[in-house]
Design a protein around this ligand. Structure first.
Ligand code: XMP
Length: 319
């Protein structure tokens, strides 16, 4: 019988048998899959698990603190938080080509993760949040937009001498099953039912060159959009929603002053498989409210637009 608790019991037994008393390393991104692996492994092997959470400076508002509070504070999981914002932003300086940015973010991630991993003593296993669709997908890999974080958490990206073996407890599960398990393991439902977030994070939502103040503006605008979607009970009706920072400036007016500032685009889509999507027909009043809040509350934004491009012809992300 398939129930979340049966699957959990079964996975726990398998992991224990697999790793024995060895230590396991996990790259925790805060996404659904790695979060569920963290919760599952913590239940199975407790302190034998060490998670590394890399803050690349391209996360959503409060995301790093949320990960630390959920896992480290509430669940007592060993989590090493690495503040690598300067390293990532330094590497991205002057780079505006989307594929180049993806590569840099992926490679920097490997470096940071390797540095942390090599500081740890006697780790023999690397855990990954690979789920069944990833197994299928990597068989016929999508070029250019490979799941950077996931593909780089593999053994190939780690120092040879570490010789890590893989633990992939979600390998046979679909997303909805992973979510049920997450809930059963006590993860907050906002975390488990969160929209997907790309490995390169805000790096592909700030068009062109990534700058620290652009990231700050985008984080605030995105947070308002998501907060209002939740408040209006629309969050779970759309498959993915986010804000995009456009590095063009447009003229606006605030009180008696002329404003010449940046543009924020809002994107919300409905999709089953993320291969095709339609733009979400969000209510005009709702969009109006979000636009007003962003324009009033976020400095450096003069205009807000809503993306009405389907996939195809657009992709879901703007880069
Ligand atoms: P696109 O933009 O190709 O996105 O329509 C389809 C889905 O994939 C996500 N996405 C990524 N996820 N690394 C990821 O882990 C990436 O480089 C990446 N690029 C796109 C996107 O958010 C959407 O859910």
């Amino acid at each position: 019988l398939w129930t979340a608790s049966n699957i959990i019991e079964d996975s726990i037994a398998r992991v224990r048998e697999q790793v024995g008393s060895d230590r396991v390393l996990l790259g925790l991104s805060g996404g659904v899959d790695s979060s569920v692996v963290a919760a599952l492994l913590h239940r199975a092997i407790g302190d034998q698990l060490t998670c590394v959470f890399v803050d690349n400076g391209l996360l959503r508002l409060g995301e790093g603190d949320q990960v630390m509070s959920t896992f480290a504070r509430h669940m007592g999981v060993n989590v090493i938080r690495v503040d690598a914002e300067d390293r990532f932003l330094g590497r991205l300086k002057g780079v505006s080509d989307p594929e180049q940015k993806r590569k840099i973010i992926g490679n920097t991630f490997i470096e940071v993760f390797d540095d942390e991993a090599s500081k740890l003593q006697d780790v023999n296993w690397l855990a990954q949040g690979t789920i069944y669709p990833d197994v299928i997908e990597s068989a016929g890999a999508k070029t250019g937009k490979a799941k950077v974080i996931k593909s780089h958490h593999n053994v190939g990206g780690l120092p040879e001498e570490m010789n890590l073996q893989l633990v992939e407890p979600l390998r046979e599960l679909f997303k909805d099953e992973v979510r049920k398990i997450g809930i059963e393991l006590g993860l907050p439902s906002e975390m488990v039912y969160r929209h997907p977030f790309p490995g390169p994070g805000l790096g592909v939502r700030i068009l062109g060159e990534v700058q620290k103040d652009f990231a700050k503006t985008l984080r605030l605008a995105d947070h308002i959009f998501i907060e209002e979607l939740r408040r209006a009970d629309l969050y779970e009706q759309v498959s993915q929603a986010f804000a995009v920072f456009l590095p063009v400036r447009s003229v606006g007016v605030v009180g008696d002053n002329r404003l010449y500032a940046h543009v924020i685009a809002l994107r919300a889509v409905e999709t089953i498989d993320f291969m095709t999507a339609r733009w979400a027909h969000l209510p005009y009043d709702f969009l109006d409210l979000v636009c007003r809040r962003i324009a009033n509350e976020v400095e450096g934004v003069s205009r807000v637009v809503y993306d009405i491009t389907g996939k195809p012809p657009g992709t879901i992300e703007w880069e």
